[in-house]
Design a protein around this ligand. Sequence first.
Ligand SMILES: NC(=O)c1ccc[n+]([C@@H]2O[C@H](COP(=O)([O-])OP(=O)(O)OC[C@H]3O[C@@H](n4cnc5c(N)ncnc54)[C@H](OP(=O)(O)O)[C@@H]3O)[C@@H](O)[C@H]2O)c1
Length: 280
Amino acid sequence: MSAPILVTGGGGMLAHALGKVFGDEVELVARDLLDITDPSAVTHAVRGRRAVINSAAYTAVDNAESHESDAFAVNARGAENIARACADASVALIHVSTDYVFDGRATHPYSEDSPTGPICAYGRSKLAGERAVVTAHPAGTRILRTAWLYGASGPNLVATMLAKARAGERVSVVTDQVGQPTWTVDVANRIRHVLVAPPGIYHATNAGFCSWWDLAVAVYDSAGADVSLVEKTVAAAFVRPTPRPSYSVLGDEAAHGVGLPAMRPWRDALNDALRTDFAV
Ligand SMILES: NC(=O)c1ccc[n+]([C@@H]2O[C@H](COP(=O)([O-])OP(=O)(O)OC[C@H]3O[C@@H](n4cnc5c(N)ncnc54)[C@H](OP(=O)(O)O)[C@@H]3O)[C@@H](O)[C@H]2O)c1
């Protein structure tokens, strides 16, 4: 019998949901036990596995702008280490990636083969990771791009807005960036299906889209807070080190092509998540 599926970045937000969905089929290995920038440690950890889910990443988007080489070390070369080890040991790899590989200037959903064009260092490092894993392990890699994640563990907008709603705080949230709020548990469930799908790129986001302001209003509303406390603003009003894509909507043609149903609408997922992960 092979060892449990290895989940790298085991202390992270998505890893937490993978643990919940897969139970003892997976082993969550946090960074202090496996640093993916260490090729020999990666080789050792991968041996004997049925599959590896790489959810380790340098995810500090703003920091990446001034520490691009650190982001590349993890998101590109670390990912490559995993793919090489998986190729050598004939182990299937799910590599988690992001909507930030696109430029966010589209007006209709990005498909899996839409041209990429990241507008920030984090996005460039994740795109380099995608290319590296496919080059190192073409026959055994599934890239799963997701976006706007939230869940029980880790900082995310839903958790932040819920805390503010419960405190009755007034907030200003942007209306001019749209995307697909996506529950980590739904991504973990989609990964279960993608594991047995043909190699390739798959998008995994909850269906529909909304602005960050819409999402904040939904959270305030669900929490029974006064939605008039959620004020509208625009991205230009915030000075941030990193530009964010203004349109982050992913199509799911590849998943559809292998017979997977669309993921459920973001509002349905949010309702479930608020109840189960956030005790609303
Ligand atoms: N969050 C989102 O909205 C979002 C959207 C699209 C795609 N994604 C992608 O989804 C995946 C999971 O993200 P997440 O939201 O779960 O992020 P997360 O909570 O930041 O988890 C990432 C984990 O990777 C670990 N890590 C960092 N460097 C590492 C290294 N060198 N070796 C091993 N582990 C390392 C981090 O540990 P430390 O905390 O100790 O650094 C952290 O536990 C990533 O590939 C990310 O790019 C996320």
